[in-house]
Design a protein around this ligand. Structure first.
Ligand SMILES: [Zn+2]
Length: 283
């Protein structure tokens, strides 16, 4: 699933192509991917301009007239921008479909004056929803603080974890506390701060909270600067592979040696997710 850095990269890139561009036509190929009747959905978008595009948590939010088009890629969603001979894709990699668009996984097509945006989704968990400002506020209100904004202070992290008896891995994955952190960056931040993922969230000492707070900001900032983490044939919206994979210290490195102590990285199931860690460096 694309996490905060990958969604941020998509949004930054698509900004250049979509903002102040008029949506000419909308085609819905899977009714379950949208939240309105197709005719209403089309009417709300066709002929309108996207005036603003931004990320909140893992959501892509486009302001359209007075309302919003919100896109969530979930597990297997992908956005592909095609203009002339150029194809730019961001999100989950979809293999074995070639360059043909739309393809059998295309769920919606938005034609702009300068190109076409395809929403592809293998497992159909992703969605495009039109929301009023009130609906958007309610929906986004479920998410916790943005970890790269000032509201994510050490004090906030401390109080968010103080109430939680669950393990720190599960607590950090909870989107209602900190938005946008997923499996990759939680594993990375816990390794960087030397904290075992199995620790009770409310057991962290102040010195550990300080390290964790800094590590969360550092791993996300590094990944954004590397345009996110690419797996397989993932391409960002400019068609480039994110370079962050090379900088991952534990995620996807089970059995390889820890960069700090040279012992093998372990993998276990925790909080329902494959969890990578070093049982020597993380206490
Ligand atoms: Zn180690």
């Amino acid at each position: 699933m694309p996490e905060l850095p990958e969604v941020e990269t998509i949004v930054r890139d698509l900004n250049d192509y979509l903002v102040n561009k008029k949506i000419k036509t909308v085609e819905v190929l899977n009714l379950g991917s949208i939240n309105q009747k197709p005719a209403v959905f089309k009417k709300n978008l066709e002929g309108q301009k996207i005036t603003k595009l931004y990320r909140r948590a893992k959501n892509i939010v486009a302001q359209v007239n007075q309302d919003y088009l919100v896109i969530h890629l979930k597990m297997t969603g992908q956005l592909v921008w095609r203009t002339g001979q150029t194809t730019l894709a961001g999100g989950h990699p979809i293999v074995n479909v070639g360059q043909e668009l739309p393809n059998k996984f295309t769920r919606a097509v938005l034609k702009f004056s300068g190109g076409t945006l395809y929403f592809n989704d293998v497992r159909k968990f992703g969605w495009l929803r039109i929301m009023t400002p009130e609906e958007l506020a309610t929906y986004l209100g479920r998410f916790g603080v943005e970890p790269l904004e000032d509201t994510f202070s050490l004090e906030y992290l401390k109080s968010a974890l103080a109430k939680r008896k669950i393990n720190i891995k599960a607590a950090l994955l909870d989107q209602s506390q900190i938005a946008g952190l997923g499996n990759i960056y939680v594993d990375e931040a816990l390794w960087a701060s030397g904290i075992a993922p199995t620790r009770a969230a409310n057991s962290l000492k102040l010195v550990e909270l300080k390290k964790l707070h800094k590590a969360i900001i550092d791993v996300l900032s590094l990944s954004i600067s590397k345009r996110g983490t690419s797996f397989n044939n993932y391409r960002d919206a400019n068609g480039e592979r994110g370079q962050n994979m090379k900088f991952l210290q534990v995620y996807g490195r089970a059995g390889e040696s820890c960069q700090k102590c040279k012992r093998p990285i372990k993998k276990m199931r925790l909080a329902g997710r494959g969890t990578h860690w070093c049982d020597h460096c993380q206490k």
